[in-house]
Design a protein around this ligand. Structure first.
Ligand SMILES: [Zn+2]
Length: 275
């Protein structure tokens, strides 16, 4: 966001299964094994996360391994890119076979929520729950009620973000009808009146939408994900200056890795000279 002043409510969170939730909420949960992110320490605190924290949340979800099951949005886009690459018609048998294979691959992968659980715990400690509005307070809920959301919601957001970045990588090879790819975030168009004048703003409906909005801006401003040549960790480069992002031509995730790498190279050169 250019206007990164989105307010979040951040509390303390734990992962619980549907079967561990209080009885009166549990009846709404169809899948008893589904993990939930639960706010356990009310009241949550109001924070305005830094740009770096939004960046890191996007990077984390981009790298999160999603549970198997239905074919994901990124899987669907992958399928369409493959279809375009092979020049297949949508009503051809070859495409049906490709679809069948992708679908099987997705449903054969275990519904393993381990990685998305870790990401949700880590990100919520900076941004709170995805379903919370910037102006919302948790104390409007009845006593004893703990705010919670299904990790399916986190999975959908991670999938959406992975699709956005993947789409940017392959967009040149996509067929025309995929030139338009809707993102499922909700934003309100508002005017804000201030001493400097009147401004138009897009205000995300909830933290999850703010995250998708930020990710979409990273995709369009050319922010790239790279692997560190020293330690292999993923890091962001390019895009708008600021936050924890490295320069466009960066090869290392942090200065320490650059030093370690350069020292090792120097060591090698010295040893070579001695031989
Ligand atoms: Zn590194």
């Amino acid at each position: 966001m250019t206007d990164l002043d989105w307010t979040c409510w951040v509390g303390r969170y734990e992962i619980r299964r549907a079967s561990e939730l209080p009885d009166d909420w549990r009846k709404y949960e169809r899948d008893k094994k589904m993990p939930y992110l639960v706010e356990v320490d009310a009241p949550a605190k109001e924070v305005i996360p830094s740009r770096d924290q939004w960046d890191m949340a996007v990077l984390r979800l981009l790298k999160t391994k999603l549970p198997g099951g239905d074919i994901s949005r990124s899987g669907l886009l992958e399928l369409r890119a493959e279809m375009a690459r092979l020049n297949l018609r949508r009503d051809s048998e070859e495409y049906a076979a490709l679809w069948e294979r992708k679908h099987k691959e997705a449903s054969n992968r275990p519904a393993d929520y381990t990685d998305i659980e870790k990401s949700a715990l880590d990100i919520s400690s900076h941004l709170g729950l995805l379903g919370i509005r910037g102006s919302q307070r948790s104390d409007r809920f009845p006593k004893g009620y703990m705010q919670h959301e299904s990790l399916d919601r986190w999975t959908r957001h991670a999938d959406e973000i992975q699709t956005m970045f993947f789409g940017r990588d392959v967009h040149k090879s996509l067929p025309d009808y995929l030139n338009y790819w809707p993102i499922h975030g909700q934003l309100d168009l508002t005017l804000s009146y201030g001493p400097g004048g009147v401004f138009m703003r897009l205000v995300p409906r909830d933290t999850g939408s703010a995250l998708l909005y930020h990710a979409a801006q990273m995709v369009t401003n050319g922010t790239k994900v790279q692997s560190c040549e020293q330690c292999g960790s993923p890091f962001l480069s390019g895009g708008d200056a600021g936050g924890g992002k490295r320069r466009r031509d960066a090869r290392f995730c942090k200065d320490e890795c650059r030093w370690t790498h350069n020292n090792a190279m120097r060591g090698k050169a010295t040893r070579k000279r001695k031989l």
